[in-house]
Design a protein around this ligand. Structure first.
Ligand SMILES: *[C@@H]1O[C@H](CO)[C@@H](O)[C@H](O)[C@H]1NC(C)=O
Ligand SMILES: *[C@@H]1O[C@H](CO)[C@@H](O)[C@H](O)[C@H]1NC(C)=O
Ligand SMILES: *[C@@H]1O[C@H](CO)[C@@H](O)[C@H](O)[C@H]1NC(C)=O
Ligand SMILES: *[C@@H]1O[C@H](CO)[C@@H](O)[C@H](O)[C@H]1NC(C)=O
Ligand SMILES: *[C@@H]1O[C@H](CO)[C@@H](O)[C@H](O)[C@H]1NC(C)=O
Ligand SMILES: *[C@@H]1O[C@H](CO)[C@@H](O)[C@H](O)[C@H]1NC(C)=O
Ligand SMILES: *[C@@H]1O[C@H](CO)[C@@H](O)[C@H](O)[C@H]1NC(C)=O
Length: 588
């Protein structure tokens, strides 16, 4: 069961030997001619000898439809790493079969073909799911005819290789395995790794939102020819010159036995994940966690005036935990597909501009969306030297105007649909959006304008606000230490700064663990024993504590960015339940 752990510098030769040996090793579980699986609730998959992976039918939630796929079988989440028929789900009773005459295919109960391996595969002698998660079809001389590793979907597993011009394709949504809008490719000409958005269903390639040039300065003519996820979870590009570009260089890998996978996620981030291979003290301490991901800021890196960007039309993007895009519809718009928050937004109905003799102010109102703009979306008017009120008035009285942006003394009237919108707290200026006057009360933006007037802030909440202000005024380039911020926040909440500390470091970790403990047991009152006012505002207190626990995660990749912290503190984005801050320490 235990895999050898190559935490020390990778020996490339050894790695290649290991990779090649995957094909040489005889699988000890064969799927023989005439074997089949039927799609049903009780269908038993074919497993890899180690039991780590399974190949078979995965039921789509709440429907009598199945995906033929490969998943991690030894952990609680049966995470899919490959699927045959994402765009054409198989009804109950469908059959995948290795026929007696040596062909492999998936058919519906009526016998229609749903899927078969792309390259025409005849003369299959047996099939097997190997210990690394690769499903292979081989002929009678053990030559591989087809492998799932060579026909990837959105995920690479350790020892899997992506050849030049090979690609990964994201799924449409976390739980919808249709082809999605993002693509990873190892470029044929220069061997660079690129991430692109594509048009559906034509696959036309729009802009590139991430490029990693892999050329080697010592031998500029050498280019990358393979992207490899190695056994210890490092993502490498192998070059013609035999050197290696280590994409995950400098990342801290957890010590111990982990599963790894690199997935082009449905939100466009190419992410390397780790998951403990075994339980600790009878419990799964952790689920999949992020070790590395690109791009750093998909909201800003996605450019171009064609296509919908990470969030779809008429929405705007900001970064959440782990630099994931968060998408929101403009006021007066709602999700085009209520189940898909990345699918863009459509305008709710607006009263007819020429209706009756009413003044525009009677029909419409303007809602503000601060720090939000669409730098690559077209304008139809650009009006210099206007202040916000003038811009607002001009949009209100212009029947064509739905969205205007006031920024740097310019008033831009935007064309619809808008794409590649982003919210960026380092950019001043705001979007002004025309909405129906009658909808205003129900459409109120989530952030109250200023609720400090009549409400008496608690001391700790006030302290949080001061820190937040300090945080917001940091220049973008400043390396703000999110961890220290978390410490400060928590200390203020607990009034611990007043105490003398002997051993600061240890104290901080204990503080974080204690806070987490109180939070878990819903005993937050304990944290603020002396602060009666804070006790009266438990919702805010809980948010502050959750944010500080996120900040103090021992695994730096789990800590949120400073953007996220400000947004979470302001209540603009929801704070999800933080994991235990020190999962790797012996305390559990
Ligand atoms: C699997 O099938 C191949 C080809 O028929 C055979 O050579 C090999 O010994 C089989 N392995 C097992 C464990 O049965
Ligand atoms: C292997 O398959 C080929 C073609 O299908 C056949 O000609 C050959 O006799 C087979 N060899 C063995 C050992 O079965
Ligand atoms: C996935 O999305 C596509 C396109 O929106 C839709 O046609 C399909 O029914 C969805 N599949 C599932 C399983 O929801
Ligand atoms: C990649 O880097 C090499 C050397 O650093 C440089 O010569 C080349 O122009 C770069 N290619 C691209 C596409 O940026
Ligand atoms: C790179 O290729 C060009 C054109 O093919 C050639 O002129 C040049 O000498 C090569 N450089 C190296 C360092 O091999
Ligand atoms: C790649 O980077 C990781 C993490 O920094 C390191 O452990 C590993 O040895 C590197 N691999 C190579 C081939 O340099
Ligand atoms: C807030 O509460 C403090 C003490 O409870 C009180 O002295 C102060 O006047 C209050 N401020 C406002 C604005 O109500």
């Amino acid at each position: 069961m235990a895999y050898p752990c190559f935490r020390t510098t990778l020996n490339l030769l050894l790695f290649l030997v290991l990779t090649l040996s995957v094909f040489a090793q005889t699988p000890n579980v064969n799927v023989t001619l005439g074997s089949h699986l039927i799609a049903s609730d009780s269908s038993v998959p074919w497993k890899s000898p180690s039991g780590d992976f399974a190949f078979g039918f995965h039921k789509i939630n709440g429907q009598k439809l199945f995906l033929l796929g490969i998943w991690f079988d030894g952990i609680p989440e049966k995470t899919l790493v490959w699927y045959a028929n994402g765009d054409h789900l198989a009804p109950e009773g469908s059959k995948v079969e290795l026929t007696l005459d040596g062909s492999f295919r998936l058919t519906s109960p009526q016998g229609e073909e749903i899927w078969k391996p792309r390259s025409s595969v005849d003369g299959v002698a047996y099939a097997a799911l190997l210990n690394n998660g690769n499903f292979i079809l081989t002929d009678n001389s053990s030559k591989s005819l087809w492998e799932s590793f060579k026909d990837p979907r959105d995920t690479m597993l350790p020892t899997q290789i992506l050849e030049v011009d090979g690609k990964l394709s994201s799924r449409l949504q976390e739980s919808n395995y249709s082809k999605g809008r993002f693509l990873l490719r190892l470029q044929p000409n220069d061997g660079s790794i690129v991430l692109k958005t594509i048009a559906l269903p034509t696959d036309y390639e729009y802009g590139t939102y991430f490029t990693r040039n892999t050329s080697d300065e010592a031998s500029p003519n050498s280019s990358g020819y393979q992207l490899v996820l190695d056994k210890s979870g490092h993502l490498n590009v192998l070059l013609d010159s035999r050197s290696v570009v280590n994409l995950t260089m400098g990342r801290e890998f957890p010590a111990g036995d982990y599963f790894y996978r690199a997935t082009l996620d449905a939100d466009g981030l190419f992410t390397l994940y780790g998951h403990p291979r075994a339980q600790i003290n009878g419990r799964w301490g952790q689920t999949w966690f992020t070790i590395w991901s690109v791009p750093d800021d998909i909201c800003s890196d996605s450019k171009g005036d064609l296509g919908l960007g990470p969030c779809g039309y008429n929405s705007y993007c900001s970064l959440g935990t782990n630099r994931r895009p968060l998408c929101e519809c403009l006021p007066g718009f709602s999700l085009s597909d209520t189940n898909n928050k990345f699918g863009g937004c459509q305008q709710n109905s607006l009263p007819n501009c020429r209706e009756g003799k009413s003044k525009p102010e009677d029909l419409y109102a303007i809602q503000e969306v601060p720090n939000t703009f669409w730098p690559t979306s077209s304008n139809y008017e650009q009006l210099p030297s206007l202040n916000e009120d003038e811009c607002r008035q001009l949009c209100l009285s212009d029947c064509n105007c739905v969205v205007a942006v006031i920024k740097e003394g310019f008033c831009w009237k935007k064309k619809l649909p808008l794409s590649n919108g982003r919210k960026d707290y380092n950019t001043f200026g705001k979007a002004l959006v025309k909405v129906s006057n009658s909808a205003v009360s129900s459409d109120e933006p989530s952030r109250p304008k200023s609720d400090t007037g009549n409400k008496n802030q608690t001391t700790s909440v006030l302290a949080g606000a001061i820190l937040l202000e300090w945080f917001r005024n940091m220049p973008i380039t400043a390396k703000v230490d999110v961890y220290s911020y978390g410490v400060m926040l928590l200390e203020i909440i607990c009034c611990r700064k007043c105490l003398d500390m002997e051993n600061e470091n240890e104290e901080e970790i204990i503080l974080a663990d204690w806070a987490y403990d109180c939070y878990k047991r819903r005993k937050l009152g304990k944290l603020v024993e002396t602060d009666e006012e804070a006790k009266n505002d438990m919702k805010k207190l809980e948010r502050l504590v959750m944010v500080s626990i996120w900040c103090m995660q021992e695994d730096p990749s789990l800590r949120p960015s400073m953007w996220t912290v400000t947004q979470m503190l302001e209540g603009i984005i929801q704070v999800s339940a933080p994991p235990c801050p020190s999962p790797f320490s012996s305390i559990s």
